[in-house]
Design a protein around this ligand. Structure first.
Ligand SMILES: Cc1cc2nc3c(=O)[nH]c(=O)nc-3n(C[C@H](O)[C@H](O)[C@H](O)COP(=O)(O)O)c2cc1C
Length: 321
């Protein structure tokens, strides 16, 4: 039986999707996220931060909810610089990304590329933690090549005062294919003294309920794509059913319009705005009975009027039916 009052739901960071414009719109209409995480930020070769990364972690852009910024680096000085930068902004905690599977990142030994270098991970933590004034959590995959790398690394992390370790139960090589490996997650759980967070492929309240039964010591569950696809998932988890609320289309429309408005402030011209909205519809469409048709309508829209029409027709079919 799901004890929803004891579980915490964390919104997974999704680069290109869950920035502050999305978080602000989502938080306005949907309750139930206990903790938001920013997509990763980093320093460039010339030790600069992208403007989009800077604005995403500004407290003034994240009002009304708590966001933990995520960093990605394999460099001690960069880690300390980013930690101090976030501390100066007033953040109390940050998350270190050891999960990004993309070859451009991993081949440089960052993100999941660190999982096969346990000594390097330990060296970085030993050097940075005494010098920074912000709590640190980590987000990892099961490994880069194979699903034992992280469970082997975890005992080395027990000596460090991390707030939590989030595990996406896939290897980097898997990218997003195949199943989440629950046995490999369990091995990480058994090896860790830290608070552990389960992540990967939770899309229904029943799945969460079953996972809770299987892993009773896990109290935090990170969900990404499942929440974007179905913003009502949190309510379903709270109510322990899979019914969409009566006013789901109306509520979704308000959320959608706020999202559109927020991105219209950033992006110039219909083309860029519609491309951004299309990236959300890749997920939203999964909550309709015919995702293919729903997404096709949005993709065919060549201008804002056509887009509005496509959205109205999609919603007329009933969100969630
Ligand atoms: C488009 C996309 C962007 C992502 N960006 C990040 C990121 O910036 N940082 C991170 O730690 N994980 C990132 N992830 C991984 C997610 O946080 C999460 O671990 C993964 O999607 C599995 O959870 P889910 O099945 O609930 O979505 C990203 C995933 C996707 C699909």
């Amino acid at each position: 039986m799901l004890e929803s009052n004891k579980s915490q739901i964390l919104l997974a960071p999704l680069q290109g999707l869950t920035d502050f414009r999305f978080r602000n719109a989502f938080n306005l209409y949907f309750k139930g996220i206990d903790q938001y995480y920013s997509p990763w930020i980093c320093l460039s070769h010339s030790k600069e931060m992208k403007k989009s990364h800077i604005i995403d972690v500004q407290p003034k852009n994240n009002i009304g909810y708590n966001v933990i910024p995520q960093i990605m680096t394999n460099d001690i000085d960069d880690f300390i610089f980013l930690a101090n930068y976030l501390t100066d902004l007033g953040h109390k905690e940050m998350n270190w990304n050891l999960g990004c599977p993309y070859p451009m990142v991993a081949k440089k030994g960052m993100g999941s590329g660190m999982l096969c270098q346990p000594l390097k991970v330990v060296e970085i933590l030993e050097n940075v933690l005494p010098k920074i004034n912000i709590k640190v959590s980590m987000k990892m995959r099961l490994g880069y090549e194979n699903n034992t790398e992280t469970s082997d690394l975890i005992p080395h992390l027990n000596q460090f005062p991390l707030t939590e370790i989030i595990i996406h139960g896939r290897t980097a090589k898997q990218m997003y294919t195949g199943k989440v490996d629950q046995d490999a997650f369990e091995r990480c759980l058994e090896n860790s003294k830290h608070s552990m967070v389960y992540n990967g492929d939770i899309t229904t309240y029943i799945q969460l309920s079953l996972l809770q039964e299987k892993f009773p010591t896990v109290k935090k569950w990170m969900i990404g794509r499942g929440i974007i696809a179905n913003p009502f998932l949190l309510e379903m988890i709270a109510n322990q059913n899979d019914r969409y609320p009566e006013n789901s289309a109306e509520l979704f429309m308000k959320f959608h319009d706020t999202l559109l408005y927020n991105y219209a402030q950033q992006l110039s011209g219909d083309k860029h705005l519609l491309m951004k909205m299309e990236s959300f519809w890749e997920y939203f469409s999964k909550s309709f009975s015919d995702p293919h048709t729903i997404l096709k309508r949005v993709k065919k829209a060549k201008n804002k009027n056509m887009y509005d029409d496509a959205v109205a027709r999609n919603l007329a079919e009933g969100f969630g039916s």
